[in-house]
Design a protein. Structure first.
Length: 223
């Protein structure tokens, strides 16, 4: 299914949004064997978008350009393009104006963000999170793995040990979370694996985890 008409799905960046992304239906993309779960979208087929994308074994997507960049976190399987192969846990930043032809041999599922990057960003980033060390923080039980960032925006993996409580903080430039494992909690609810949560500019949040969790965090990009 090609999105031919503009679609607005959680498109207002000034509003809080919470989605059980793992429960969304899979919808076909323009490429055979490639399906999407649409989490956030503003536009037609060329759109600012946040999605889960699933590639069947031996599937391909035609070469295309990303006018406002692309971020990818490989969740399952091995994703690839003409520049290499990326196992589970790989984080990629393809800067504005870059192009590639995605492919997979064994099949894969990836988390993808399109057109959220600063137009002046120019560096391609590839991080194998299985090989990068975790960094301790000032909060006991909280570890951080920086992944990349530009012009006040930053992306990271965050890991909370069982019983960790993180004090209240303000997200001046907004924040976006994808719970990858375990469950995260704040004053508004509990978020199991697969939950995507967007907090608009100026939001305040204190988080905790009873049994531990791992979260992908993108912050500062909603300015």
């Amino acid at each position: 299914m090609t999105v031919t008409a503009p679609l607005k799905l959680h498109a207002d960046l000034d509003l809080r949004a919470c989605v059980d992304a793992f429960a969304l239906p899979w919808t076909p993309s323009p490429a055979a064997g490639v399906e999407r779960r649409l989490i956030e979208r503003d536009g037609a087929e060329a759109a600012r978008a946040t999605s889960l994308v699933r590639y069947a074994p031996d599937s391909r997507f035609p070469s295309h350009t990303h006018p406002r960049g692309e971020e990818i976190l490989v969740l399952e399987g091995t994703f690839g393009d003409e520049f290499g192969d990326y196992p589970p846990g790989t984080y990629l930043r393809n800067p504005p104006g870059s192009s590639h032809a995605p492919r997979t041999d064994e099949g894969c599922t990836i988390f993808v963000k399109l057109r959220h990057m600063h137009p002046l960003e120019s560096e391609r980033v590839v991080v194998d999170t299985a090989e990068r060390p975790w960094c301790a923080s000032a909060v006991r039980g909280l570890e951080i793995m920086p992944l990349g960032g530009f012009h006040g925006e930053r992306a990271a993996l965050v890991r909370l040990a069982s019983g960790t409580r993180v004090p209240l903080r303000r997200h001046a430039g907004g924040c976006e979370l994808l719970v990858l494992g375990g469950a995260l909690r704040d004053d508004d609810g509990t978020y199991p694996a697969g939950t995507w949560l967007r907090l608009p500019r100026g939001s305040r949040q204190s988080v905790s985890s009873d049994k531990g969790c791992t979260v992908f965090v993108k912050a500062g990009h909603l300015r």
